[in-house]
Design a protein around this ligand. Sequence first.
Ligand code: PLP
Length: 449
Amino acid sequence: MTQVEMNPTWLADRPVPDIRTALPGPEGQKVLDRDGSVTSPSLPRAYPLVPARGHGAVIEDPDGNLFLDFNAGIAVNSTGHCHPRVVEAVQAQAAQLLHYSASDFYLPIYSQMCEALARTLPISGPKRVFLTNSGAEAVEGSIKLARYATGRPYVISFYGAFHGRTYGAVSLTASKAKYHTGFGPLLPGVLHAPYAFSERDPETGARVHDEDATFDYLENTLFRYEVSPTEVAAIFLEPVQGEGGYIVPPAAWVQRLREVCDRHGILLVADEVQSGMGRTGKMWAIELADVEPDVIISAKGIASGLPLGAFAAKAELMEKWGAGAHGSTYGGSPVACAAGLATLETIQSEGLVENATKIGEELVPGLKALQSRFPKIITDVRGVGLMLGVEFRTPEQAADVQQRAFEQGLLVLECGESTIRMSPPLVVTPEQAQTALRIFGDSVAAVAE
Ligand code: PLP
């Protein structure tokens, strides 16, 4: 079996980032050429990064360029790229058993993963867990569970929400009209409401805080004119909105939403696909508001890059459905579970949740200082832990900063209309954070000129 390198030789004694060619380099260009003629044009490529190998918060491309990764594969590589414990666990499990369906049979590692995840959940009492291959599948399962368990047909999500791209999930998604265009009719029974803090001042570009808009809309419009709340199965909430622009709602808003759900017997489903697994400095972002959801959804960071997702609920809720109501051939595959268990152990034993808070607190003042220097183009800096967003006045400015950062070896990714998110692996170091701030600052300065 391959020995897992703690400090890979390809990285030794090299500065990070280290950009040696024009981007993409000649080897990278070959990959782009081949890819361009065979892959689906629907893939929303951000810039021509060709990741070939990774370690911690570093990515190397096929031309030997080193990048500092503040995307983490879209908030996935929680323990960093190829964490030795995760790689070892995957290799060991792959040599033992690659697949058996946990839907029809009993996989020891499947129930171990469910137990380990359940121990971290902000849901009191006994819990049950269903494992999937992706975030969208976990969202689909949660829609089904909510309808099944309540006997109610409607589900509500928020403007700006992203819940995935399969039919149910994309129907809940309302972050960009293009995700729906050409795909109708979508899943019936999906309704949308305004999220907290969602409007931008047209003059300054700053975010306008309106905590009442959601509740006015729900109680005085939606529940009055369109559907009775007794017909609503669930409200799907991103406790920190991700693709919609890294928007952190006030704790009081989340608590008020919980009250609305309780008043009407509606389930509160926390989609923590992006915000969970320690990224916000809490294991689950909904803990920031001290609110208990009825259902919680996880994916992305849960297995450091292996395809694993989950949805979990109070046992009494999930026990409403019986054998055959829901299943999956691959969901919770042994190798993905091995990666998931190693990820959970690593997050806990290496204090990665605490590190998310610590490094986030180092990044925010640097980003705010940048906003003070360039108030004409940066309109907002927000976020919590390692889920940070820098909003620009225009989408073009955000795209330009993203491209310039890439050319200098810093990987960041846009979200919302004109926000750049920073979602590095939770293992990121203070030195790497300072390097990222320097390159990001240079990129903003160049765009502001
Ligand atoms: N939910 C949220 C909050 C997400 O951010 C995403 C993906 O970005 C999804 C669901 C869908 O996850 P996946 O891409 O694994 O299907």
